[in-house]
Design a protein around this ligand. Structure first.
Ligand code: SF4
Length: 459
């Protein structure tokens, strides 16, 4: 079902045959874009291929946040050249952040690609596939919407996901206005745009009627939602309350908030709205004020800690984070400051990365790049510390009874069921598959680095 009809140009009148495969790298926003592309292709008559080798349409949805996923995408494009030689009818499209940034380079290095589309042009996929099938002319569509205050026109219309999907991602905001000096996202995804509130509510109502119980709201700085709306401003916390009133929605999560944009009302929503889960992914990036300043993160360790502590005071809250080590100019002492902050704040878990030079960002051109071996060593130290903290916290929580949304059989161990606690930790336990989709109580019996093993409590 389509929530609002995306513009699909001439593709609508043509019946597609064959199959597609979408390969995705990167963040939840990319995962969500890929799902939209898949839904559009299905609507034109294509089916999903079991493997790349048998697909008639191949889309690479790329990521530019670090160098590694870009290298992987170019490497796969290299492999696809041979396939295109043998099966010239295969359509190959490149989408996502790398497509937005490096379209000309993709064309040069991979002339077998049929089209390259940017992050705001997802709705054009069916039309471009059709054009590629018919005309075989290379196409490039990279327009990013300007933010002119009236945001409504610049947000893509969307398909509603498949029925029976217990957990769904819902983008509520696109782009970013923060311009951190290490980050390419404001260039690849454009200026911050908030989705109209009524569109979001309509989509979530539709999702709930098709079985979704948990929604994760997506945005680059998701809690800035509504800031740039000209009329009828709806602050993020108010949006959470409106979503909580949608019948059938039992759990609301969001990612990723920007620390400085936390409001009292958002903290109150965590305390007072039962549907708003006790988990927050709060990106620290560095535990040193000088580094934060050079990253242009707009907060200090103190102001971050203040928000952190207020969140921590909410019963049952877990807090996770992102940390970059080896940012240009980071000294041993500055790295040790990050270690100290991690030790003091005790995040439940963290995504930790070595800084990756992103062409087109200010920090990429700075002279004082940290040598790779130093970055590796610091990263290993940080990971070891955080793993120890994660295990300690999870072990301390053994014996607690958690409210768990049962997601089905565990992929790791099919004899067990898998679910997430309210504070977003994985828990595996024995039980009947009929519990899938139910909210049950599970006692954690052992803490692990990945979550808990548990047993059904008296439900
Ligand atoms: S807040 Fe900073 S790190 Fe996050 S998307 Fe925006 S520029 Fe990138």
């Amino acid at each position: 079902m389509i929530l609002a009809q995306p513009k699909r140009e001439s593709a609508e009148s043509v019946d597609f045959n064959g199959s597609f495969k979408v390969v995705t790298w990167g963040c939840q926003m990319n995962v969500e874009d890929s799902e939209q592309m898949e839904l559009m292709l299905r609507a034109t008559g294509l089916t999903e291929a079991p493997s790349l080798d048998s697909a008639d349409v191949i889309l690479l949805n790329t990521c530019s946040v670090r160098k590694k996923p870009e290298d992987k995408a170019f490497s796969l494009l290299g492999e696809l050249r041979e396939m295109k030689d043998q099966r010239p009818d295969v359509v190959i499209g490149v989408c996502g952040c790398m497509a937005q940034l490096r379209a000309d380079e993709i064309r040069r290095r991979a002339p077998h690609v049929d089209f390259v589309i940017g992050t705001a042009q997802v709705a054009l996929v069916p039309a471009l596939v059709l054009e590629a099938k018919q005309a075989r002319n290379f196409q490039k569509r990279l327009e990013l919407p300007e933010r002119k205050g009236a945001i409504v026109a610049s947000v893509p219309e969307r398909y509603v996901g498949r029925a029976g999907k217990l957990k769904s991602f819902v983008p509520i905001q696109y782009g970013c206005d923060k311009f951190c000096t290490f980050c390419i996202v404001p260039t690849t995804r454009g200026r911050e745009r908030s989705r109209p509130t009524m569109d979001i509510l309509r989509e979530i109502t539709e999702l709930a009627s098709r079985g979704t119980k948990e929604v994760t709201l997506l945005g680059q700085t998701v809690n800035s939602y509504g800031k740039n709306m000209l009329e009828g401003k709806v602050p993020f916390a108010k949006l959470l309350r409106m979503i909580a009133a949608v019948p059938g929605i039992e759990r609301i999560r969001y990612t990723s908030p920007y620390p400085r944009d936390f409001t009292d009302d958002l903290l109150a929503a965590h305390r007072n709205v039962p549907q708003v889960m006790e988990h927050c992914h709060l990106p620290l990036q560095s535990g040193d004020d000088e580094v934060l300043k050079r990253m242009k993160r707009l907060y200090t360790v103190n102001s971050f800690s203040e928000i952190y502590n207020r969140l921590r005071s909410i019963p049952g809250m877990s807090i996770t984070t992102d940390i970059i080590i080896g940012f240009p100019g980071e000294t041993d002492d500055q790295f040790m400051n990050t270690m100290k902050v991690v030790e003091t704040l005790r995040f439940d878990s963290a995504f930790m990365f070595a800084y990756s030079q992103r062409p087109g960002t200010p920090a990429a051109n700075w002279d004082e790049q940290v040598p790779t071996d130093v970055k590796k060593k610091r990263l290993n130290e940080l990971i070891a510390l955080q793993n120890e903290i994660t295990l300690r916290i999870n072990t301390e929580q053994a014996g607690s009874v958690f409210e768990v949304l049962v997601e089905g059989v565990s992929e790791k161990d099919p004899s067990l069921l898998k679910g997430h606690t309210r504070h977003n930790k994985v828990i595996l336990f024995q039980g009947s598959g009929e519990l899938t989709g139910e909210v049950v109580h599970v006692e954690s019996i052992e803490g692990h680095p990945w979550g808990f093993s548990g047993r059904l409590a008296n439900n």
